[in-house]
Write a protein that binds this ligand. Structure first.
Ligand code: UGA
Length: 346
């Protein structure tokens, strides 16, 4: 395997920490990582193939230094939790778009390959049965529906990157994660309703609170375990015969398409098998809540989200394998281990 120097911004985040672990464990690549914190990646700080630089992605001097040192840039620093799209939309725009635009431009200028995390949310409320990166329309609600500021920021960046590719020779791949799930996605102890749905439900059970289905829970998502997602990302970074250069890939598992109600029921049914969740689960019920109450004014949801992945599978020689049930087992197990460690320390 050709030795690469991979720069990961947001290396302490959900995708970042799993990508780092995989690269260090299964490739001979070097990783340069940046984040504000390193609490989730402590195990790797002494690895000779990993170099960590603490700092803000708005620190242009630091960014320039790091980008100059690498071959491939994976800018994962950003806000991806729907609650924050409503409570702090400007911060979402400033980080997800503005701060990252500097990185995109720098990659174009310094001729570095960039692997850009777009999102399944760019398809918005498309009614296509499968969202296709080259033919689906991107359908967003009105401006007063603040939820779309994230999708709109990502969409504009996708367009800018695509244009840099065509007109300035930027070597890029855009990937769109479809509800990647797994251990470490959000803070399970967060009680402000910020975590994404699975961490939210697990946290609810842990605290003996009811699980809340927003607007009835009939909306559907295609849940994709992080290990499947990382498998595709590694192939994109590897980029054999430049196959993924200039491409846009959905990375998701269409077979794991479930309603949120179904997800909640599965999680509650599994909970008695896991230490720390077991005792409280008995008192937990699944209840309804309006989106206005859960997220605040300005929320709007997507009814169904299923990725078209044939091009991703063909180009990358990749296939998602982990079922939702298996993914949930791995996630439960990860949190049991974390809570066990926390109890030992306290
Ligand atoms: C997510 C986030 O925007 C991003 O992480 C990402 O870009 C993208 O989608 C993705 O991962 O593909 P969303 O799917 O709405 O958006 O994220 P969740 O917060 O996990 O919500 C999923 C569904 O569960 C929504 O319909 C939401 O209303 C519902 N929900 C959430 C509940 O019913 N109860 C809860 O307590 C929390």
């Amino acid at each position: 395997m050709e030795k690469k120097r991979v720069l990961i911004f947001g290396v302490n985040g959900f995708i970042g920490q799993h990508l780092l672990k995989h690269i260090l464990g299964k490739t001979n690549w070097l990783v340069i990582g940046n984040d504000l914190a390193n609490n989730s990646i402590r195990l790797f700080l002494r690895n000779p193939r990993f170099e960590f630089h603490r700092g803000n992605i708005r620190n242009e001097k630091l960014i320039k230094k790091l980008v100059s040192k690498c071959d491939v840039v994976v800018p994962l620093a950003g806000i991806a939790t729907p609650k924050v799209y409503i409570t702090d939309p400007l911060r979402v725009y400033e980080i997800d778009f503005e701060a990252n635009l500097f990185i995109v431009r720098l990659c174009a200028k310094l001729k570095k390959r960039i692997i850009w995390p777009s999102t399944s949310e760019v398809y918005g409320m498309s009614t296509d049965t499968e969202f296709h990166p080259e033919t689906s329309n991107l359908v967003m609600g009105p401006i007063v529906k603040m939820r779309w500021i994230y999708a709109a920021s990502k969409q504009l960046m996708d367009r800018i990157i695509f244009a840099y590719g065509r007109d300035k020779g930027l070597d890029f791949t855009i990937f769109r994660p479809f509800n990647w799930i797994g251990y470490g996605q959000d803070n399970i102890h967060d009680t402000n309703g910020n975590p994404r749905v699975i961490t939210q439900f697990l946290g609810n059970i842990l605290r003996g609170e009811n699980m809340r289905l927003v607007d009835g829970g009939s909306n559907r998502r295609s849940f994709t375990h992080i290990d499947d997602g990382i498998g595709a990302l590694i192939k994109i970074i590897e980029n054999r015969k430049n196959i993924s250069s200039g491409k846009i890939y959905n990375i998701g598992n269409p077979k794991n398409n479930h309603s949120i109600r179904n997800l909640a029921e599965s999680i509650l049914k599994m909970a008695p098998k896991y230490k720390f969740f077991r005792d409280r689960a008995k008192n937990v019920s699944i209840v309804g809540i309006t989106s206005k109450k859960h997220y605040g004014e300005g929320y709007e949801d997507i009814l169904n989200r299923t990725p078209y992945i044939k091009n991703t599978m063909k180009d990358l020689g990749w296939k998602p394998k982990i079922s939702l049930a298996e993914g949930l087992k791995l996630t439960f197990a990860g949190y049991v281990e974390q809570i066990q460690k926390e109890k030992r320390v306290s």
